[in-house]
Design a protein around this ligand. Structure first.
Ligand SMILES: *Cc1c(COP(=O)(O)O)cnc(C)c1O
Length: 402
């Protein structure tokens, strides 16, 4: 072990970091399961897990051991060579997703870039010169140029024109708007949506998951690719391995990241059916995509999720949290929505300040998105006792606030 001690951060000390984030003045030095600790040992309950990333909790011993052992053996060779851990990770991911082909990337945005390239290739092969993709209002797909163009949030796009001209936007959940777009734009080749909008405020479509079935039908009718962004909803988060498994449909293209590595940066774009084979030799690549270490982490994360029955746990304990919140906050003007461990509490007013109040007064880490939605993304393997601990802190927080 090295013994480098970092000086504590002074708020008014100049920093060389680009100021792209609004950071809270706190840092954690250690984590264990659902809890985070500051240097002085103060314990915080983490209902955010690095924004739906550490689904199995912090410092999971099985994953920590896999990382340490592989780091001491071999971190990276190259996709110029066979990588047995990558093949094994793809096998696991195919098993839990029902998809056929998998390309490993390093982030969510990069996975969506792969999906957008697949859609363009699909269109080009049919002689469409400027292929278009339908996307939804309030969506979030990433911060690269193509994915910020796909994103339905002006703040994400502001100052970064020209946007790519791939995208046609419709209201989330509005099937008629999709059919209208089809009449107006003969160049549409795909639809890209989130099953539940995460950054947009934990939004499910008004008709629930049957929206996905309706979109699947439209895609079949027009020979479009159905592409789902499950970067946030995947890996057990909603009480199914992937959220579309709440339905009977399968998308043609599926992207994921966040929970796939439990904190290790990995992502994946997956295909099945008519999307298979569109990206052939030389058409896509990533130096870091599917390294030996990253692939072993993916394999171990999926294996651990399976062995711990963490997906079923997310459904049961997440359902309990939602039921309890609805019951205990019944006299408040709030709406509780979400599935599994992806939960939003819509407050009647903007409530960004709740993040600091929760942290300082209740030692609880939460997030507020879309202005007035308290977003909870606890570990998918959270225990019943931890869920009760969460409920106690959260109900006190909201009762004091409203
Ligand atoms: C987080 C997120 C992304 C972007 O992922 P990055 O790893 O930050 O690039 C894309 N889509 C959805 C739905 C997300 O939640």
């Amino acid at each position: 072990m090295t013994d480098i001690t970092l000086a504590p951060i002074q708020p008014d000390q100049p920093s060389h970091l680009m100021a792209t984030y609004g950071r809270q003045a706190i840092s954690f030095v250690r984590g264990r399961g659902a809890y985070l600790y500051t240097e002085d040992g103060t314990e915080y309950l983490d209902a955010l897990t690095g924004i739906a990333v550490c689904g199995l909790g912090h410092a999971h011993p099985v994953i920590a051991e896999a990382i340490a052992e592989q780091a001491a053996t071999l971190v990276h060779t190259s996709n110029l060579f066979e990588i047995p851990w990558q093949t094994a990770a793809a096998q696991k991911l195919a098993e839990v997703s029902g998809m056929e082909e998998i390309f490993f990337s390093n982030s969510g945005a990069e996975s969506n870039e792969g999906a957008i390239k697949i859609a363009r290739k699909f269109g080009t092969q049919q002689g469409v010169t400027s292929p278009k993709i339908i996307v939804a209002e309030q969506s979030f797909h990433g911060r690269t140029l193509a994915t910020l163009s796909a994103t339905g949030n002006k703040k994400v796009q502001d100052g970064f024109a020209p946007l790519t001209n791939d995208f046609i936007r419709v209201p989330f959940g509005d099937v008629e708007a999709i059919q209208e777009a089809a009449l107006q734009h003969p160049d549409i080749v795909a639809i890209l949506i989130e099953p539940i909008q995460g950054e947009g405020g934990i939004n499910t479509a008004p008709q629930g998951f049957s929206y996905l079935e309706e979109v699947r039908n439209i895609c079949n009718q027009h020979n479009w690719l159905m592409m789902l962004d499950e970067i946030q909803t995947g890996n057990g988060r909603t009480g199914k391995y992937f959220a579309y498994q709440h339905t009977n449909i399968v998308p043609d293209v599926l992207t994921t990241a966040k929970g796939l590595g439990n904190g290790f940066p990995v992502g994946a774009v997956m295909t099945q059916g008519k999307a298979v084979g569109l990206l052939g030799p030389g058409s896509h690549g990533s130096t870091y995509g599917g390294t030996v270490l990253g692939s072993r982490v993916v394999y171990t994360v999926i294996d651990t999720i399976q062995k711990e029955n963490a997906v079923e746990n997310a459904a049961v304990v997440g359902g309990y949290i939602v039921d309890q919140l609805r019951a205990q906050l019944a006299d408040k003007n709030v709406q509780v929505r979400g599935f599994g461990m992806m939960i939003g509490i819509q407050l009647p007013k903007d409530c960004g300040e709740l993040v600091a109040i929760a942290r300082d007064q209740h030692k609880l880490i939460i997030n507020v998105t879309a202005g007035s939605v308290v977003r909870l993304l606890p570990p998918i393997n959270m225990t019943q006792a931890q869920a009760d601990d969460l409920l106690e802190r959260l109900v006190a927080l909201i009762n004091n606030y409203l």
